[in-house]
Every structure is written in C-alpha cells, then in structure tokens.
Design a protein. Structure first.
Length: 122
C-alpha cells in the first residue's frame, strides 16, 4: 500500500463559508453568462465556487460580485460536482482588485478576547 501525501501550497488559510454571490464572464463557447453561485473555503486571494452552470477552463477570468463589491478572479481548476451537472471552480483573485469578502475574513481572524474576571472588593 502506498502512502500518498498531499502538499498544501496555499500561502494563507481558507475559511469555510457559504456565501451567495454573482459570477459573470465568457464561457468556453464565447457566450457571456451571469449566474448565482456559492463561494466556499474563502481566503483573501481565492475561493472554491460551486453551483456553476457555465463551462469554464483554467486560465479564464470571471467577475465576482459579493455584497456590493466586485473583483476579477482567474480560474485555477474546474471539476463537476457529485451529481455531475454543476461545476466547482477554484479561483484566484487578480491583482490589484480588492477582495470582496475581506471584511468577513477580518472578522473571522479577529482574536476573541475574554474580559478579565472581576474580583469582589474586600
């Protein structure tokens, strides 16, 4: 039996989320598309999109609109989901665009501090 190790090449952690957003671009047939999708495992520079109908390929650029903020993302890889009818797409943000869910990441990474216990006065 062979031991298979996976190497995580990500430079930043991914936060599990389920964000509804809009994705637009041009598919492999040269046709424009605009559709709703979900972002999972988000980070400052990328995400895993699920629920896409558009046929995309590595290297394509798509636009993402979330909470009134938009950015361009380059497709890293594409695969079909478990049912085989929708696509999952890994995307990486195009610089210098600003991450549309940056505020959520800041909230998720904020340390939770516990106020000091108050001691009764003697």
């Amino acid at each position: 039996m062979t031991n298979i190790r996976t190497i995580d090449r990500r430079s930043e952690p991914r936060i599990p989320m389920n964000l509804g957003l809009l994705v637009w671009g041009v598919d492999t047939k040269g046709e424009r598309f605009l559709q709703e999708a979900h972002a999972r495992d988000i980070s400052l520079s990328g995400a895993l999109l699920s629920g896409l109908d558009a046929d995309l390929r590595s290297g394509d650029v798509v636009g993402i609109l979330y909470s009134g903020r938009k950015a361009r993302y380059r497709v890293v890889w594409v695969r079909y989901d478990e049912c085989g009818d929708k696509m999952q797409v890994a995307v990486h943000r195009v610089r210098p665009d600003v991450c549309p869910w940056q505020h959520l990441l800041a909230q998720a990474e904020a340390p939770t501090t516990t106020p000091p216990l108050s001691t009764p006065a003697p």
